[in-house]
Design a protein around this ligand. Structure first.
Ligand code: DGJ
Length: 669
């Protein structure tokens, strides 16, 4: 019975039917339940079918794939099967990823004589019988990736994303485990659809059928209609398993760190959005750049507002030429000075969008996504361009490239500030185009990456609306959320690392009074909140006091000192079970160093102090705990050297502190 891969937390046992009459039965390691990677009604399953489709008149709607051939080639498993009656072929590919996760996808090919409409094609794995608790995520602008847990009772739990982008309310991952699983305990299996468009995540249990977990792309009506000889391939569906949620996160982070596009180092970045918004003034920006460089910033990003007509968010999108009124000498005086100061220069674009109030829209009103002749309702005063049309992609690649050729740009923040409403293409009489649009986005981005190989790219969508394992293969950074209030940010970051490694996640020190909540938070709390991630600033430093500038500079220096550990180690989130407190951190690969953050969000319930149990250390090694902060590396927290076993079981005791404070503790063996 072949097992794939040979080792790792998630292995598939391919239990082939003796006559090869059906798809392999797949068992996840540790699970005695079984199911095919594709759920087939024809094999007696009454669950949501893996392939839903038909030909004209409803023919060939229930395929039965036989003649299975399995091939293992290194870290890739390929399973081929066919249904000669329905005229369909199915290929399933499974890849073992660095770090222990698996990703799987199906390709269906139409071998028949007429069109085959694919309504849905999903990949599933079996769930153990006791995996009756589900964790997934919801959210909104400024509140992304809020966890929600519930029981997986009999029935179907279906999370559909139909906003045409990964979305602010994205389920992100669907994770199943025995009730009560935590960051470091409880066997868990999670699924994620690695795609930046519409998607489906599903978990299903029935009184007579094994439970399953999986997903695929959400297809709009007729969106994938296969002519004879044509194929449709699903996005990769990524599955990760382990003992506790941190195991899943770590296996995904390890894979991301193996990617060609992974950033070598993540520069400390200042983004000017919350400092100036649309009020672009060269002298003010130069002053900001000088202060940033003085504080140790390594990359300066000019956000929205630099192009023609963009004095507010009601006009300009689509006209990607520097605005002469605001920038009479172009962007060079700013970009050159930024470079002279030793920083990289970054620039904001939102290529997929157009304002009706723009020259582009006046010239090409038919270039938008729409259907039924209706102009979709505006969101943030903008519409979405139809990237499936080569002339639209050509215009955008040319316009962005022209800017990059005229001014030295090292970094692009690529934004996407609205959902896709009625995304039909005028090139095809308004037929749905969300699937093609998503692929066209990857194409356009890759085209620009090829033309400008030295540029680094950030994925942003109204904050954290395009964070997924599809786009991570194309970018170096994410804007985690427009929420820069550090108190609210703690939760968003804590859960975004469930999917994405901390070095990708832009985390910016904002102004003392939050622009989103009006709350005033101390600089040390704001900086320590950003510390473990892609550290940055989103604050008008021309208004900061000399003391604050000096302290910020010391935080930046400290971040740089620890950046290798923070961005290369294993992320740990600690189950504290105390209201108003959080703890998280990072442990180096050799387990000799760790940097733990204990976050006092609110007034502590008791004055007894907190015990923070640090997982993942070497039980036999001795660690010296020391406080880390901008004032000093203060030396031992208690004077005591503690073993990794003691730190893991009894924990590190920290005294009670005031709310809105963070204690950073280094543990060095
Ligand atoms: C939304 C982003 O998340 C912000 O950071 C900023 O870039 C604005 N868009 C600009 O319009």
């Amino acid at each position: 019975m072949p097992v794939f891969p040979d080792s790792g937390p998630l292995r598939l046992v391919l239990d082939l039917d003796p006559d090869g009459a059906c798809l392999p039965i797949v068992h996840c390691a540790g699970s005695i339940s079984g199911c095919a990677l594709l759920i087939e009604h024809s094999r007696g399953s009454y669950a949501r079918p893996g392939l839903r489709g038909h030909r004209s008149g409803g023919r060939d709607w229930s395929p039965a794939f036989t003649g299975v051939r399995v091939e293992v080639d290194g870290d890739r498993l390929t399973i081929d099967a066919a249904d000669p009656v329905a005229g369909l072929r199915l290929r399933t590919e499974v890849e073992a990823l660095v770090g222990g996760a698996l990703r799987a996808r199906h390709t269906v090919t139409n071998d028949g004589a007429d069109d085959y409409v694919v309504d849905g094609l999903e990949v599933t794995l079996p769930l153990p019988d006791d995996a009756t608790e589900l964790l997934d995520f919801t959210g909104r602008h400024l509140h992304e990736r809020a966890p929600q847990r519930h029981e997986l009772a009999d029935g179907l739990w279906l999370r559909e994303t139909r906003r045409g982008r990964t979305s602010l309310e994205s389920p992100t991952m669907l994770i199943a485990g025995a009730p009560g699983f935590g960051f470091a305990h409880g066997p868990v299996l999670g699924a994620h659809v690695a795609f930046s468009g519409n998607s489906v995540l599903r978990a299903e249990r029935g009184p007579r059928e094994d439970a399953t977990l999986g997903g695929g792309e959400l297809l709009l009506p007729g969106e994938v209609t296969l002519e004879p000889g044509r194929s449709y391939t699903t996005p990769w569906v990524v599955f990760a398993a382990g003992e506790g949620l941190d195991d899943i996160a770590h296996s995904l982070h390890t894979w991301q760190r193996s990617l060609a596009a992974h950033p070598d180092a993540q520069p400390v970045t200042l983004n000017v959005w919350e400092a100036v918004y649309f009020d672009h003034d060269l002298d003010r920006l130069l002053r900001l750049a000088e202060l940033a460089a003085g504080a140790g910033v390594e990359r300066f990003v000019l956000d929205d507002g630099w192009f023609r007509g963009r004095r507010h968010d009601r006009a300009g999108l689509g006209d990607w030429q520097v605005d002469d009124d605001v920038w009479p000498q172009g962007l060079a005086p700013l970009a050159d000075r930024v470079h002279e100061l030793g920083m990289q220069f970054g620039l904001w674009f939102e290529p997929e969008m157009v304002n009706p109030e723009s020259d582009l829209y006046r010239a090409h009103p038919d270039w938008i996504l729409q259907t039924g002749g209706r102009v979709p309702a505006l969101q943030r005063n903008q519409l979405v361009l139809d990237l499936t049309r080569p002339e639209v992609r050509g215009y955008l690649a040319g316009a962005v490239s022209a800017v990059l050729s005229s001014v030295p740009v090292d970094y692009i923040k690529w934004d996407h500030n609205r959902d896709l409403l009625e995304p039909g293409s005028n090139a095809r009489s308004g037929a749905p185009a969300a699937h093609e649009q998503t692929l066209a986005f990857y194409d356009l981005l890759d085209d620009l990456r090829r033309r400008h190989p030295s540029v680094a790219w950030e994925s942003c969508a109204s904050g954290g609306g395009r964070i997924d394992l599809g786009v991570v293969e194309h970018v170096q950074r994410f804007w985690t959320s427009d929420m820069t209030d550090a108190l609210a940010r703690q939760q968003i970051q804590r859960w975004t690392v469930q999917l994405i490694a901390p070095e990708y996640l832009g985390a910016h020190v904002s102004s003392p009074v939050s622009h989103q909540t009006g709350r005033t938070l101390p600089l040390d709390f704001r900086a320590a909140t950003a510390f473990h991630y892609a550290f940055g600033i989103e604050w008008d430093l021309t208004t900061a006091s000399p003391d604050d500038l000096d302290r910020l500079a010391r935080w930046i220096e400290l971040h740089k000192q620890y950046r290798g550990l923070l961005h290369g180690g294993r992320t740990v989130r600690i189950d504290l079970d105390r209201a108003g407190e959080l703890a998280h951190g990072v442990v180096s690969a050799d387990r000799r160093h760790a940097l733990i953050a204990h976050v006092q969000l609110d007034e502590p319930r008791s004055r007894r102090g907190t015990r923070v149990r640090v997982p993942g250390l070497d039980p036999a090694a001795s660690y010296l705990p020391s406080r880390v902060g901008p004032d000093r590396k203060t030396g031992p927290t208690s004077g005591a050297v503690l073993s990794g076993a003691a730190l893991g079981q009894a924990g590190l005791w920290l005294p009670s502190r005031r709310p809105e404070t963070i204690e950073l503790v280094a543990l060095d063996a």
